[in-house]
Design a protein around this ligand. Structure first.
Ligand code: SF4
Ligand code: SF4
Length: 195
């Protein structure tokens, strides 16, 4: 059960604010985010509940939730929020914290897809759809899942069977190196916060 502690109650809220600039304490639980979210029905914690848990340092419940991985980053919630909170950005920040802190994903197929997607972009500078589909379907043990779809896409020239590479891969490498900054600075920030 979540224990409220006067000294730590704002820890999660403050971390989110520092990393994303978004202040979840502005949420007044109107529920418009959840009402408009296309995947709220499948979430274990609804978007407005995520906001409330973040306000009262319910960080473990949020960071271990399926919700942060089911979120599509569609930004419907951010557009609807009367308190002007970018909820999609908060969800993205929570995903980063969850990974940085090593929480096991309750949605391994989704997190696995994210990793394969990023690995493909890092390797080629752009997505190789065919390779991603094959690797993902093998990982989830459904190797024939998209075969009919793939035939249709190939016949219409929508997928390049040989993939492709961008010319300036060094710039792509720099982008990926910069993205690692969060993972490197985040634990230090936690220590600073605890001081
Ligand atoms: S961004 Fe995520 S939480 Fe917000 S409406 Fe879309 S799926 Fe739901
Ligand atoms: S729409 Fe905004 S104010 Fe309303 S519950 Fe969601 S986050 Fe809170």
């Amino acid at each position: 059960m979540l224990q409220l502690n006067a000294e730590t109650v704002h820890t999660c809220r403050d971390t989110i604010k520092r990393l994303s600039g978004e202040d979840v304490s502005r949420c007044f639980q109107c529920g418009k985010c959840t009402a408009g979210c296309p995947v709220a029905i499948d979430m274990d914690v609804t978007p407005n509940q995520v906001m409330r848990l973040a306000q009262i340092n319910g960080r473990e419940r949020v960071l271990a939730s399926s919700t942060i991985w089911l979120c599509l980053s569609c930004e419907t919630c951010s557009t609807r929020c009367p308190a002007d909170i970018d909820i999609a950005k908060v969800m993205d920040t929570l995903r980063k914290i969850s990974v940085a802190e090593g929480y096991p994903s309750p949605e391994p197929a989704i997190t696995g897809f994210h990793r394969l997607f990023l690995a493909s972009v890092e390797k080629y500078g752009r997505l190789n759809e065919l390779e991603l589909s094959i690797k993902h379907n093998l990982a989830i043990m459904k190797p024939t899942k998209d075969i009919r779809l793939a035939v249709g896409l190939f016949s219409k020239g929508k997928i390049n069977p040989f993939g492709g590479k961008v010319k300036d891969r060094e710039r792509v490498k720099k982008i990926f190196a910069e993205s690692q900054r969060f993972v490197k600075v985040y634990p230090e920030s936690i220590e600073r916060e605890a001081e």
